[in-house]
Design a protein around this ligand. Structure first.
Ligand SMILES: CCCCCCCCCCCCCCCCCCCCCCC/C=C/C(=O)SCCNC(=O)CCNC(=O)[C@H](O)C(C)(C)COP(=O)(O)OP(=O)(O)OC[C@H]1O[C@@H](n2cnc3c(N)ncnc32)[C@H](O)[C@@H]1OP(=O)(O)O
Ligand code: FAD
Length: 667
């Protein structure tokens, strides 16, 4: 515990830490997967801190876009020069942590190389292609990105316009962008940094279109880095966040690539142009499933950071004097503040624990695929799509709540909230727009409902609740006796009800209108069903994890997990009240449960966020500093402003001075 109590720390935050009823180190180890993982985190942190190459010249918020790209490129090259410092096979753990410490929240010119280019090579190449490309990509003798989205189409892959037409006479594909809307648009690192890309294009062979397929394509000369002839590309300009990344555009003009540039692990084109279809039509979408699954941890980490900043700042900020003459109180003592911040902390935990589950499931899928078994694919596609949507949406809302909870200082970039928000909110869109992904989950749920109605249901565990016969009314008597099983039963009821409500609406509509119209007319309800399905999964996973925790940690975490569940129930009370499943007094009881959880969490809130183990280096927030000395740090932070380089800036001489002088002369 003494780790946090240092001379010179803010006294309020020190007092908070002394109140801890649990050992922060033990909690950190439990959160992150054990003592060994925590030890490795500390080793990686020490290494990063000790390496001057990883330092930013000034906080990145003060850099121009060009400086950010340059600074990020310098750091990521140094970082990937030193991957021997981490277990390269542990991308989800050590890889993500290392990169977060060094790169912060700016994606960089190698982001897509590691997140999508390498995984696509690993997942989609045949043995010969793997031998040719993977060593080069790992060694970084080539740098690649993933170019799929186009100006005119991102979501609807079947309508991508870039074509790859096979020419058997030369055994080449001809890549072409027939229209402006066919321009690839968005890929990270495409604009100025990558010299290769996985390009997703409509495959044409023997006069037939076989749908979108991935190709490995050289975009720039390996020596001069100039675009290859027939390739036009550049940066797409500044964005809401991730401005250290040169997201780019790309057009092809009848650009020829060899037949073996088509990634042929699952689908193939033989020299004569004969097409061999994959075992499952969506195997080519595997990299997106991978990224959706790692995004959950990334989003949890961002929300955890926001909650840490808000909690620490709330412990040191004093405002308002409920008892006049007694001095101002810590804003963390206001119930309204707790109600704003603690549910975000609870969500961050829920998302992190779900991230571990989806990681394990993804590893199982990879293993199964090596044996040609694609059975798990629909389930993982549905779960990763659903989690990605619900988690990134709640993360974005949660970060904003944390920002608001810090008052005016939350609006300053010194807080880190703008960077966190700008970075995280991209997750609502990339790797599949959130609503579209929810509708993918809905397809899965509709099938489960259909099977249940037909009485043929043999549902995967995650959908088991759909075919259960639940209670007609909630069994909740008092919040003190509201057990985990009862909480789950109540959530299952609402999720099941919404699944069948959406299903019945769809079926009814199908009797009157075309299937696509029926789907569209039911889509809001279908998306709601997907959200409930995912929330139920998140609550179950969280409660299950806490149930298995060591007693000393469980005593604390149970309030956090219950807060997560109660917050969901009380903020959607209408769903629980419908058809008298719950009575108003039961909802009142759950609301009281929320307030009780807030009160239980209050004394340990700072220690709980400390347990997330964010170093100041990772948090990059003046408001969230561990030592709590925020005011001194804010004043110091402002000194980095270019505007402070001189007492009088040229705009005075040019505009303000003459304006005032002129006005004075007229008085
Ligand atoms: C070596 C040393 C190592 C050192 C390590 C050093 C570390 C270094 C650095 C580490 C960095 C770490 C950083 C961590 C941070 C990570 C997170 C941040 C990442 C940020 C990067 C952003 C990058 C963004 C990239 C992109 O956005 S790429 C583009 C993504 N695009 C999309 O997602 C498009 C969405 N659209 C679709 O997916 C599909 O088109 C659709 C699903 C919407 C519809 O598809 P389609 O029309 O083809 O299909 P149908 O609707 O007709 O459905 C047919 C059936 O198929 C099912 N289906 C669909 N998709 C899948 C699938 N993927 N799998 C399985 N099944 C699928 C449907 O459900 C239908 O099924 P049914 O018929 O049974 O109902
Ligand atoms: C930060 C960032 C990084 C990115 N990086 C990459 C990258 O590296 N490589 C790459 O290839 N792409 C990348 N993208 C692109 C990204 O994958 C797409 O933007 C995303 O898939 C959404 O597609 P879209 O832009 O076409 O949105 P659209 O599909 O046009 O969505 C617009 C609206 O239409 C709605 N909508 C669309 N289709 C349907 C439907 N069938 N039913 C109901 N509603 C619908 C959506 O819900 C949304 O509200 C990136 C995007 C961002 C923001």
């Amino acid at each position: 515990m003494s780790r946090w109590i240092q001379n010179g720390d803010n006294v309020d935050i020190t007092k908070e830490r002394k109140n801890a009823t649990f050992n922060t180190e033990r909690m950190s180890a439990w959160i992150h997967g054990g003592d060994e993982v925590l030890k490795r985190r500390r080793e990686i942190l020490d290494y990063v801190k000790s390496n001057p190459d990883f330092k930013d010249p000034i906080p990145v918020e003060f850099l121009s876009r060009e400086e950010r790209v340059s600074n990020g490129t310098r750091k990521i090259v140094k970082m990937t020069d030193n991957t021997d410092q981490i277990d390269g096979a542990d991308f989800f753990g050590e890889g993500m942590y290392f990169q977060s410490l060094v790169m912060g929240r700016d994606l960089h010119p190698l982001s897509l190389h590691y997140i999508m280019f390498l995984p696509t090579l690993q997942g989609q190449t045949d043995d010969e292609q793997l031998d040719e490309w993977l060593p080069k990509a790992i060694a970084r003798s080539i740098v690649g990105t993933y170019a799929q989205t186009e100006l005119g189409h991102g979501t609807n892959l079947s309508k991508l316009e870039t074509t790859a037409t096979y020419d058997p006479s030369t055994q080449e594909f001809v890549l072409h962008s027939p229209t402006i809307t066919a321009a690839k648009w968005w890929p990270g690192g495409l604009g100025k940094s990558s010299n290769h890309a996985i390009v997703v294009a409509q495959l044409y062979t023997k006069g037939q279109c076989k749908g979108p397929h991935p190709f490995i394509v050289q975009l720039r000369d390996l020596e001069t880095h100039k675009p290859m002839k027939g390739v036009r590309l550049g940066d797409i300009g500044p964005k809401l966040g991730i401005n250290g990344s040169d997201n780019g555009f790309l057009l092809f003009d009848k650009y020829r690539i060899p037949r073996k540039a088509m990634l042929m692990r699952y689908s193939k084109v033989q020299p004569d142009g004969t097409y061999i279809a994959p075992a499952h039509s969506k195997l080519g979408y595997g990299t997106m499933v991978f990224v959706r699954s790692i995004m959950i941890k990334d989003q949890a980490t961002q929300l955890g950071a926001a909650a840490t900043i808000a909690t620490r700042y709330s412990a040191v900020r004093r405002q308002g004097e409920p008892v006049v003459g007694n001095g101002e109180i810590q804003i963390l003592d206001y119930q309204t503040q707790q109600y704003r911040v603690f549910p975000q902390l609870a969500r961050a935990f829920a998302f992190l624990f779900a991230a571990y589950e989806i990681r394990d499931l993804y590893l199982r899928l990879t293993e199964e695929l090596t044996h040609g078994n694609t059975e798990l694919l629909p389930e993982i596609h549905a779960l990763s799509s659903g989690l990605k949507s619900v988690v990134s949406w709640d993360t974005a809302q949660g970060i904003e709540q944390c920002r608001l909870s810090c008052g005016g200082h939350g609006y300053s970039q010194a807080s880190a909230f703008p960077e966190i928000y700008g970075y995280a909110v991209g997750g609502c869109t990339y790797e599949g727009e959130n609503l579209v992904m929810l509708l993918q989950v809905a397809r899965y749920l509709v099938k489960a409902a259909e099977e249940t109605r037909k009485g043929t249901s043999n549902l995967a565990e995650i959908c088991g609740y759909i075919s259960k016969t639940g209670r007609r009314t909630s069994s909740l008597t008092s919040i003190a006796n509201y057990t985990t099983d009862q909480i789950i039963e109540d959530l299952e009821h609402v999720a099941r009800k919404q699944v069948f409500h959406a299903y019945d609406k769809l079926k009814k509509a199908q009797q009157h209108v075309k299937p696509e119209d029926a789907w569209n007319q039911s889509s809001v309800e279908l998306a709601k069903a997907s959200r409930w399905h995912v929330r139920l999964y998140l609550v179950k996973t969280f409660l299950k994890k806490v149930d298995k925790a060591p007693e000393d940690l469980k005593k604390v975490m149970i309030h956090v997990a219950r807060l997560y569940a109660f917050d969901i129930i009380s903020s959607s009370s209408g769903n629980f009240l419908e058809e008298g499943y719950m009575r108003p007094d039961q909802i009142t009881e759950i609301k009281e449960g929320v307030y009780e959880c807030l009160a239980k969490i209050r004394p340990v809130a700072v220690s709980l966020v400390d347990s997330w183990d964010y170093d100041d280096l990772e948090l990059k927030s003046v408001l969230g500093k561990r030592d709590g000395n925020v005011y001194e740090a804010l004043l110091q932070w402002a000194q980095n402003s270019q505007l402070n380089k001189s007492d009088v800036i040229p705009t005075f001489e040019k505009y303000l001075g003459p304006m005032m002088k002129d006005a004075r002369s007229k008085l």
